[in-house]
Design a protein around this ligand. Structure first.
Ligand code: SGN
Ligand code: CA
Length: 533
């Protein structure tokens, strides 16, 4: 009896294997996709990019085993617009989500919807920064708006729930849990979106001791006076010395600010500090205070005799310590996820992307935040690992954009790319099967007047030059020669040596606007809608 059941179970197993093999020969196994996106993670803060600010061993490993993109850019350097471009493969002025304020229309097509139709299981976990129930996902667990660092609220498939723990860890754990719970006979696409290292930079408790002791090298342009640039750089409000907040950003408790006579720049600063730290449990708060109180005590003693330069130095170090501390947990999350994939035989057939919703200033030009078409915020980190097609140690310096993600993923999945998607698949570029690629990109930015006061602008970047037009309450052009002036300190728009280049860039900008369907009418329409809000 026993041997009979053994034989029959063996036969059943054999039949299963044969039928699986038959299926595979009809349709080759489609790859899984894991898209990891952090919020405001500057490429300067990934050690694989060679900037030496911090160590990100797990993200670096993805780069070692796959491809590192040195000139990946966004089309609009702001959170929600970048996410809308990711989902739709269309520029902001086409998908309608031009700034963080306007509404995103979830009813339009997006690549997860198309993957779903093609038989993929899809999930979105973490930050999305858009109202409304996400469409295109079998499962979603998203933060509300910017989300919270400690004991955050999530909306899990439409139901609000407060979770206990640190946001980066919770996001990673939920992503892995979803992988465990999925149907193993279908390919999957997981969007795993970290909130960190977004302002106001609260690292996990296990990292605060180490990171608050860090001393980071200052960037060459920390004390930039914006000479040689136009009005927009001079009037932006993102200077670490002048525009960063003492309480929520630098972690100076409101009562110490009062004692020192530090003026709050914005009335929400003190409240933000109280709200962020107020989410901690008593034990969490005690562990936090044990590390931060001595730092603040020292600052309190030194502040009265600090020069402006010393204040800038102090604020820059405080900023970087917390910012880089947040990234430590992100990197650990990538490590945990990779370990899970490896243990479950998923690492070869899964395309893994690591990127950010845009770049960020880590003190370059004295700034934090993003928005500008200047390099640090235009560019974004991008690493792709897929050993089946991508050689380890590949480096791509072509002008790839976040506009290209949707068509690329559809291409990998064998799904037709809709003709109205504006990006291009970089699948063959990254596998070294083609070398021809676009030689210019188009950029737009709209959120003004608003926090940080970065003026409305649009422009073109080629391999070597950048032409930007700032409009609305100014009418100014800037031209940079990125080869001779990589830090973009010298606007050569009125330099006669660049007359021919300027003429050519103007013509190419007109062409690009036409190609992508942008116009002055669009700019006027979005401005009108924005001012009404
Ligand atoms: C918040 C931040 C800003 C940031 C925007 C947009 N202030 O308002 O510094 O530019 O978000 O960021 S905060 O003190 O409230 O954090 S985005 O990444 O979501 O576009
Ligand atoms: Ca962001």
């Amino acid at each position: 009896m026993k041997s009979y059941s053994l034989i029959s179970s063996f036969l059943i197993q054999l039949l299963c294997i044969i039928s699986l093999q038959a299926q595979e020969s009809v349709s080759p196994k489609r790859p899984n996709i894991i898209f990891i996106m952090s919020d405001d993670h500057a490429y300067q803060a990934i050690s694989a990019y060679g900037h030496n600010l911090n160590k990100t061993p797990n993200i670096d490993q993805l780069a070692e085993e796959g491809a590192l993109f040195t000139r990946a850019t966004v089309t609009n350097s702001l959170c929600a617009p970048s996410r809308a471009v990711l989902l739709t493969g269309k520029h902001s002025f086409i998908n309608g989500k031009v700034d963080n304020v306007s509404r995103f229309d979830w009813n339009q097509d997006n690549f997860p919807k198309l993957l779903q139709k093609a038989g993929y299981q899809t999930a979105l976990i973490g930050k999305i920064h858009m109202d409304g129930l996400p469409q295109g996902f079998d499962h979603s667990a998203v933060l509300i708006d910017q989300g919270e660092y400690y004991n955050p609220n999530f909306i899990i498939n439409g139901q609000k729930k407060q979770l206990k723990g640190y946001v980066t860890d919770l996001t990673t754990d939920m992503a892995i849990q979803w992988l465990k719970d999925r149907q193993i006979d279908q390919p999957f696409c997981l969007l795993y979106h970290q909130k960190a290292p977004h302002r106001e930079w609260l690292p996990a408790l296990r990292h605060i001791k180490e990171y608050t002791q860090l001393k980071v090298k200052e960037p060459a342009t920390l004390y930039d006076d914006y000479h040689g640039r136009g009005t927009a750089a001079k009037t932006a409000e993102m200077n670490i010395l002048k525009d960063m907040n003492w309480a929520a950003d630098n972690k100076v408790p409101p009562h110490i600010m009062d004692e020192l006579g530090l003026k709050e720049r914005l009335d929400w600063d003190k409240n933000a500090y109280k709200n962020n730290l107020g989410r901690m449990t008593e034990e969490e708060r005690a562990a936090w205070d044990a590390v931060y109180n001595p730092i603040i005590e020292k600052f309190k003693a030194e502040y009265p005799s600090m020069s402006a330069q010393e204040q800038m130095q102090w604020r820059y170090q405080r900023y970087m310590q917390d910012y880089l501390g947040c990234i430590a947990s992100i990197d650990e999350g990538v490590g945990k996820l990779m370990a899970y994939l490896k243990a479950n035989n998923l690492s070869d057939n899964t395309i893994i992307v690591y990127t950010s919703d845009q770049g960020f200033y880590l003190g370059e030009h004295g700034w934090f935040d993003k928005r500008f078409m200047y390099e640090e915020s235009l560019r974004t980190p991008l690493i792709v690992r897929y050993p089946k097609e991508i050689k380890a140690g590949t480096r791509i310096d072509k002008l790839v954009q976040n506009l290209d993600f949707a068509p690329t993923f559809l291409d990998y999945a064998g799904v037709d790319i809709p003709s109205d998607m504006q990006g291009a698949s970089f699948r063959k570029l990254v596998s070294n099967e083609i070398s021809s690629w676009r030689d210019a990109i188009y950029y737009t930015y709209y959120e003004y007047p608003s926090i940080h006061m970065v003026k409305r602008h649009y422009g073109i970047r080629t391999e070597r030059y950048k032409l930007i037009y700032f409009y609305y309450d100014v009418d100014e052009w800037e031209l940079y020669d990125l080869k001779n002036d990589p830090q973009e300190l010298n606007n050569v728009y009125n330099d006669s040596n660049y007359a021919d280049i300027k003429k050519d860039l103007h013509a190419r900008l007109v062409e690009l606007r036409k190609q992508y369907g942008d116009s002055d009418e669009h700019d006027a329409r979005f401005l009108k809608a924005y001012l009404k809000n």
